[in-house]
Ligand binder design. Structure first.
Ligand SMILES: Cc1cc2nc3c(=O)[nH]c(=O)nc-3n(C[C@H](O)[C@H](O)[C@H](O)COP(=O)(O)O)c2cc1C
Length: 382
């Protein structure tokens, strides 16, 4: 790996050089004008800290608890579909990095490696993210499979009843695996190292779906089936059905509104993720950090409030924790890491963030990450 990767932006730039344009674009882009994706990041950067001095900060702890388990720091890897197109068997690489650093990894329904293959490769439990699909028999089977491999939490995504449009994916003719065309060939051949690496991949289609839907026996059918499966009629009643099917911790992801947060708690959520899907769904939705405090004030006593979207440094983690989050999740940053150097790239991203978080709490005069509060921020008092 390049030795000069000092920040997540360095990792992003390195990833751009490593993977074909269609896959970098798939990771990097947001929906339509990308205003929500961009706001996720810029709204974080506006929040300033109160620096404190003359405090004994020699002993510091970043450890935290999520859903009854101890982790080394308040971060989780968000579910991301198709990671396995960035690096061979990427989901396994990512899960191993998360296990090494003792933080949760969330496997997406739309992963390239299957639940069973990842569970075979790592000895720590991971979380499983579920898209509630119209084929409920398939959904029930997926939940049973997650239980069978001892996933320690089920995360149900609420904000993908319909799909936001990403221009980059259309322009780059994104498909997994890439469809044969001159344009795709040029994109792939311009990244020979990626092509060479991907020859090693044992998995090249959607591992959680392939072989589990009876009427599908080729990739084109699978892509069509998947696109038709997202459930536009996903209501709180359906969520309650999911709650009844899963006895372990339930995380509801994609909440941006305090009323919805309350409803999620009433459905039995053990945690919610304040998320706008990384600005990939409703363009024009608020940034997640701008709504966090209101949501945490409403439901923070009753459930764990996590956040994702635009977290790009340990400083951003500290900002979110100060505004009431129990934990932060990252999506794109670890994908850049895995694209650059597999497991080691993900570990590097997490090490950078851990170091930044550790020094940030120190500058704020805190010794325990769990003590961060709005008191650590410079509030614009009008
Ligand atoms: C390439 C990519 C794929 C994603 N796939 C999924 C998915 O399969 N399921 C899901 O719930 N969210 C998915 N998300 C959203 C992430 O879980 C998360 O909400 C988002 O990436 C957080 O924003 P960040 O990328 O700015 O950290 C995906 C995001 C990206 C960037």
């Amino acid at each position: 790996m390049e030795t000069r990767i000092l920040s997540l932006e360095d990792m992003r730039r390195a990833a751009r050089r490593r993977v074909p344009r269609m896959f970098f674009g798939y990771v990097d882009s947001g929906s339509w004008t990308e205003s929500t994706r961009d706001r996720n990041e810029t709204d974080f950067s506006r929040i300033q800290f109160r620096q404190r001095v003359a405090v004994d900060i020699s002993q510091r702890s970043l450890e935290t608890e999520m859903l009854g388990r101890r982790y080394s720091m308040p971060i989780a890897l968000a579910p991301t579909g198709m990671a396995g197109m960035l690096y061979p068997d990427a989901e396994i690489e990512i899960a191993k990095a998360a296990a090494q650093l003792n933080i949760p990894y969330t496997m997406s329904t739309m992963s390239i490696c299957s639940l069973e293959r990842v569970a075979d490769a790592v000895d720590r439990p991971f979380w499983f993210q579920l898209y509630v699909m119209r084929d409920r028999a398939f959904v029930k089977k997926l939940i049973e499979r997650a239980r069978a491999v001892e996933c320690s939490a089920l995360m149900v995504t609420l904000d993908l009843q319909v799909l936001g449009q990403r221009h980059a994916d259309i322009r780059n003719s994104l498909a997994a695996p890439p469809k044969p065309s001159l344009g795709a060939a040029i994109q792939l051949l311009s990244r020979p190292r990626w092509c060479w690496r991907m020859l090693r991949a044992r998995n090249r289609s959607f591992g959680n779906i392939a072989g589990h839907v009876p009427e599908i026996d080729n990739l084109a059918d699978m892509a069509g089936w998947t696109a038709r499966q997202f459930e536009p009629a996903l209501t709180w009643d359906v969520i309650r059905e999911m709650r009844d099917l899963w006895e372990g911790p339930l995380i509801l992801k994609g909440v941006l509104d305090a009323d919805d947060a309350e409803a999620a708690v009433n459905c039995g959520a053990d945690a919610i993720v304040v998320s706008n899907h990384g600005g990939r769904q409703l363009d024009g939705a608020p940034s997640t950090i701008s709504v966090l405090e209101t949501i945490a004030a409403r439901v923070g006593e009753k459930t764990e409030v996590h956040i994702d979207g635009g977290v790009r440094s340990g400083q951003d983690m500290a900002r979110a924790l100060a505004l009431g989050a129990r934990a932060t999740h990252i999506g794109r940053p670890f994908l850049y890491g895995v694209a650059v150097d597999g497991r080691r790239g993900v570990e590097r991203v997490l090490e950078i963030m851990r170091n930044e978080l550790d020094l940030t709490i120190a500058f704020c005069g805190e010794t325990d990450v769990r003590a961060l509060s709005a008191d650590n921020l410079l509030r614009q008092r009008a």
